[in-house]
Design a protein around this ligand. Structure first.
Ligand code: SF4
Length: 491
């Protein structure tokens, strides 16, 4: 993925919280001002909840065997008609050149012949799944992420899609999406992608300012991106997404204001706005960024405020967390109708699926488990050569995890927890089970971010900008002392 952050990157969440709270004031999104004291109390680290438990809770005791078992359970469930639809995520790790802000799992190479070996391995991994699940299982969602999926040639992408088409049945109306690096694409390439069945597309823009682009080693002109977005629209791609990042070197509130205006003018259906976290100790490419060129915290806050105000002003809807969408986009409609879901790609309109993660470092969700593949190519290849799933860690959710996942996802997606539906689904009394958490919510109630009554918990309009802080109250792991220590070490 082009995300500059990982799911549990606590450090930038600190920034995000304070920045969003201040920025929403700037944007006029909050009716009342928020005190510095409140900001400080809210300003605690927390994950993005693309899963619960979050990926940093996965353990090595969950490996290939446990994953195979979860697949078998799904296959048995499917035989009695109970399996939910399947979703596929494929990770293509290769990039031709490195973006200095990158925190993704990728392999930088100009040797395109390496893709063939990787496609062979993916095919083996798919075959292992078919052996457990049976051939021709229906897939309602397929996403190619990276790295750079368009590192693959047209012929290689065709080979990949044909291979998937033989192993699975891509359902009519399935969302078939791909992340596109504008530097590796052309209208002709997009036409080929459309012909292969892709109907959603995401472009990594990040920033349009030439000085910023040079500082992060990712140079792509507005004209090039415009040409691609126009072509994508003409080809019938829906939900065209643009990724932006604020907090990059040489960015100023003025320069980012131009990027915001240029992006809004291109009218992508969705915009994802990520915060850059400078963690050169953890992410090697970031060592090539000159820390002296990074915007000061106050400038970051201004940029975020300007982005929120700018996109709302240009008619976009704030979906939640880091996402905006045009009002007629499926995501904005789902938000209005309380049908948002959350998966590893962020907000989604698709109901919760079993997700098969294919490729190096890919994460999957199968039944009540999460799993992650090996993070390096040698390890990934080795497992497959020995006929094993390349899963190296994961987690089998406990009953408590499942209850908390329901609550956290209800908060993140609907901004509301209905006690009765949680009670019915999990056979618990919410006020009793979560007595400590409801107590811990009281300061947020006092600050007008949530309302609690006998029926449930409601996140208020201003609280929606801080929804992950509300969700964190129900995260058993984040609340533990151990987690606090770990987070503070990262920070
Ligand atoms: S294109 Fe490659 S190097 Fe650049 S951000 Fe994405 S994964 Fe990282």
């Amino acid at each position: 993925m082009h995300h500059p952050l990982e799911a549990d990157q606590a450090s930038q969440i600190v920034l995000w919280h304070s920045a969003v709270m201040q920025a929403t004031r700037t944007a006029g999104a909050l009716e009342q001002g928020i005190s510095q004291a409140l900001l400080q109390r809210l300003d605690v680290p927390g994950p993005r909840y693309t899963s619960y438990p979050t990926a940093d809770r996965f353990v090595e005791a969950f490996g290939a065997e446990q994953y195979a078992l979860a697949l078998r359970e799904r296959a048995q469930g499917a035989r009695v008609g109970g399996a939910p639809p399947l979703s596929l995520y494929l990770h293509i790790p290769f990039c031709e050149s490195v973006c200095y802000y990158c925190a993704c799992n990728k392999v930088v190479t100009r040797h395109h012949e390496r893709a063939a070996e990787y496609l062979d391995a993916l095919e083996t991994e798919v075959d292992l799944h078919v052996a457990e699940l049976g051939a021709g299982k229906s897939v309602s969602q397929l996403h190619l992420g990276g790295g750079t999926p368009t590192f693959l040639s047209d012929a290689e992408l065709q080979r990949l899609m044909e291979m998937l088409g033989r192993a699975f049945r891509i359902a009519a109306g399935a969302e078939v999406s791909i992340e596109v690096d504008p530097r590796t694409a052309s209208p002709e390439r997009l036409r080929h992608l459309a012909a292969l069945g892709f109907n959603r597309i995401s472009f990594g823009i990040q920033d349009f300012d030439p000085a910023v682009q040079q500082a992060v080693h990712r140079v792509q002109s507005v004209d090039c991106v415009r040409e691609l977005i126009v072509a994508a629209r003409e080809l019938g791609f829906r939900s065209i997404n643009a990724d932006l990042i604020y907090g990059l070197p040489r960015q100023t509130p003025e320069s980012f204001q131009r990027t915001i205006a240029q992006t809004a003018e291109l009218r992508p259906d969705r915009i994802a706005l990520y915060a850059y976290a400078h963690l050169p100790q953890r992410f090697k490419p970031q060592r090539r960024i000159d820390a002296a060129e990074l915007p000061a915290p106050q400038a970051r806050v201004q940029m975020l405020g300007a982005a929120i105000a700018g996109f709302l002003g240009h008619g976009y809807t704030y979906i939640g967390m880091d996402h905006f969408a045009l009002p007629d986009d499926a995501l904005a409609q789902a938000k209005r109708q309380g049908r948002l879901h959350r998966n590893f790609q962020g907000y989604s309109t698709q109901p919760d699926c079993d997700l098969i993660g294919l490729g190096v470092s890919a994460i999957g969700r199968m039944g009540a488990t999460y799993s992650q593949n090996a993070k390096t190519l040698p390890e990934y290849y080795d497992a497959l050569q020995h006929g094993r799933f390349p899963v190296v860690r994961g987690i089998a959710l406990t009953r408590d995890d499942l209850v908390r996942r329901s609550v956290i996802m209800a908060l993140m997606c609907q901004g509301r927890v209905d006690f009765e539906s949680i009670a019915l689904a999990h056979l618990i009394s919410v006020p009793e089970y979560f007595a400590a958490e409801l107590e811990a919510l009281k300061p947020l109630v006092e600050d007008g971010l949530v309302e609690v009554d006998a029926d449930g918990i409601q996140v208020t309009a201003s609280g929606w900008y801080f929804v992950r802080g509300v969700a964190m109250v129900f995260d058993r792991y984040a609340r533990s002392q151990q987690a606090r220590e770990r987070f503070s070490r990262i920070v």
